[in-house]
Structures are given as C-alpha cells and as structure tokens.
Ligand binder design. Structure first.
Ligand code: ATP
Length: 303
C-alpha cells in the first residue's frame, strides 16, 4: 500500500473546565469532547525517502508546510517518510484542534496501515488506544490523543486520560468562527483562575434536550479570557443565541470558534439558519451538522 487518504474531523469541547496547573506548566483539563462532520483531508504517498508536505484549500492561509506543521512532526515521531497533501478546511488556531486533528489523522493512517484487512472495528479501537498510551502523543499537543479516535470522550489530566462515552446523543449544531486566529497560550496567560471545579459525573442523557440541559450548568473556563483578547467572540455568541431554536451557545477550546446547539430542528432549517448567518457575516466561517461520533469518517482508506 503506497497511498492513504484520511479525514481529520473538527474537535469540539462541549465543556472545558480548567482545574489546575502542574509544576511543569501543563494545565489540567476536564472536558466533554465530541466531533463534527466538517474536516480537513490528508492525501499521503508513502513511496518516498523524504518527509514533505503541501497545503491548500479555503483555510490554508498562514498554515506552515515545514517541520513546524504537526503533520510532519507526527510522521517524524514514528520515523516514517511520506509526502502529504493537506486540504485545509478548518480555520487554523480556532479551537477546533485543526493541527492536532491533522497530526492524529496521519498517525491513524500510519498505525492502521499494518492491520490485517479482516480487523474488526473493536480491533481498530483497541490498537489505537494502546498506541496512544505507548507513544506519549500529548507531547505533540494536548488535543492529539483525543483526535485519534474521533468519538465522544470524557478527557482529563493534560489530555492523556480519555474515557470514550457511548451514551452521548448526537446533536445538531452550528459552528461559527469570526476568522480571527486566537493563540491558546495567550488565552491561558490571560486567565485569572486556573483551579476551577471539575465537571460532575456525566449523567445518563437520553436525548439532545437532556444533553443541552446538562451542558447549561457546565462551563468553558477559557471563554471569558478569550473574549477579552478577541471581542468578536461575543458577537458570534450573540448571533448564535439569537438563532431560532438555539438551546445553548458556547466557545470551543481556546476559541474563537463557537457552537450553537439545537435539540429540535430539521437539517433543512439548520442549513437555512447557517445560510442566514453567512449572508449577514460574509467574513465569518460557518458550518453545520451533527456533533458526536465521527469515528467512521476518520478511518483511512489505502491504495
Ligand atoms: P486547539 O483546539 O488544539 O487549541 P487550534 O484550532 O486552536 O487547536 P491549530 O489549528 O492546531 O489550533 O493551530 C495552532 C497553530 O499551529 C497555528 O497557528 C499553526 O501555525 C500551527 N500548525 C501546525 N500544524 C498545523 C496544521 N496542520 N494545521 C493548522 N495549524 C497548524
């Protein structure tokens, strides 16, 4: 197999509680993470003795193609050679884990390349979980381990403690980014409290309405600091809150992407609302679709 194609779905933090900071500077997190259908795509050619990449696509501006790109750093960790072509659809530095999702997609393809064709989905999940622990992937970024599986997860520690959750109902969402890059370290520096309460135990959530009700009492502890650094986040949140049927609007990661959740809306209505926001704010990035499990979307194909 000389080639692989793999998608890197966007990561969304439905909650992001910052519960402390270790002596080495890493922040302790407690987060409910899901994945969106919108994604970057990587085409890889393994028939090379180099490590190289090209980047194009609607959000490619400013994304490096040298060794600072997490795609190349991920391949380097495994000691692999490849020529990658990255189609960038997710705005960089946007709180959707873009670079981490790309790195995780490369690792997924490289690790699954050696699995026999008769491997079951359970084999694939087991293989990925085992490798995630073995490779200390959080050195690439706190979001890389969770982006390996693309399924709903409760994430703790510095991102390395992951519990896949089977009971999180899928939920329709709008994702809106004001196309203003936000630096994660800058937001961490601007936060005034780092030792906030963790999430309570996640209860049984029978449907999307129950999920929204639970999330309303949770937080993104980076949101206030991010809004000070990038005031357009406040405009995005207001726009989402005012959208018909929106049950909750909140920021993902360190921003600036925000999500609006809709418990009871048809796909057609959701697409219409997305279009209305695009027309009113042509400079914003807007996507829509169900948040939840994108494991299948993230599986590589080989040729
Ligand atoms: P997170 O949600 O993990 O905080 P993010 O969406 O805020 O992630 P990234 O999209 O990973 O942030 O981008 C952060 C920085 O990483 C960018 O400014 C860019 O210079 C660098 N970078 C390295 N590799 C990539 C990549 N494959 N795609 C986008 N940015 C990358």
């Amino acid at each position: 197999m000389k080639r692989a194609k793999v998608h890197a779905p966007a990561k969304i933090n439905l909650t992001l509680h910052v519960t402390g900071q270790r002596d080495d500077g890493y922040h302790l997190l407690d987060s409910l993470v899901v994945f969106a259908p919108v994604h970057d795509t990587l085409d890889m050619n393994f028939d090379t003795s180099d490590l190289s990449m090209t980047v194009e696509g609607p959000e490619a501006d400013g994304v490096p193609s040298d060794m600072s790109n997490l795609v190349l750093r991920a391949a380097d960790i495994l000691g692999e050679h490849l020529a990658a072509h990255l189609t960038k659809n997710l705005p960089p530095a946007s709180g959707m884990g873009g670079g981490s999702a790309d790195a995780a997609a490369v690792l997924r393809a490289l690790l699954l390349r050696t699995l026999p064709p008769e491997a079951t989905l359970d084999d694939i999940v087991a293989q990925l979980l085992q490798k995630i622990q073995a490779l200390e992937l959080h050195a690439l970024g706190a979001d890389v381990p969770m982006c390996m599986l693309n399924m709903p997860m409760h994430v703790r520690g510095i991102g390395e403690q992951m519990t896949p959750l089977r009971g999180i109902p899928p939920i329709n969402a709008l994702l809106v980014n004001p196309r203003r890059a936000v630096s994660t370290p800058e937001v961490f520096r601007a936060m005034t409290t780092r030792d906030n309460p963790p999430m309570p135990e996640i209860p049984t959530l029978p449907d999307a309405a129950a999920l929204i009700a639970f999330l309303k009492d949770m937080r993104n502890d980076m949101q206030v600091a991010a809004e000070v650094i990038e005031p357009s986040i406040g405009d995005v949140l207001t726009t989402l809150e005012e959208a018909p049927g929106c049950g909750l609007a909140r920021m993902s990661g360190s921003g600036a992407t925000c999500f609006g959740l809709f418990a009871d809306i048809s796909d057609e209505e959701l697409a219409k609302t997305a279009q209305t926001i695009r027309r009113a704010h042509p400079d914003w990035w807007v996507a829509s679709g169900p948040l939840g499990n994108q494991f299948a979307l993230g599986l590589p194909t080989f040729s």
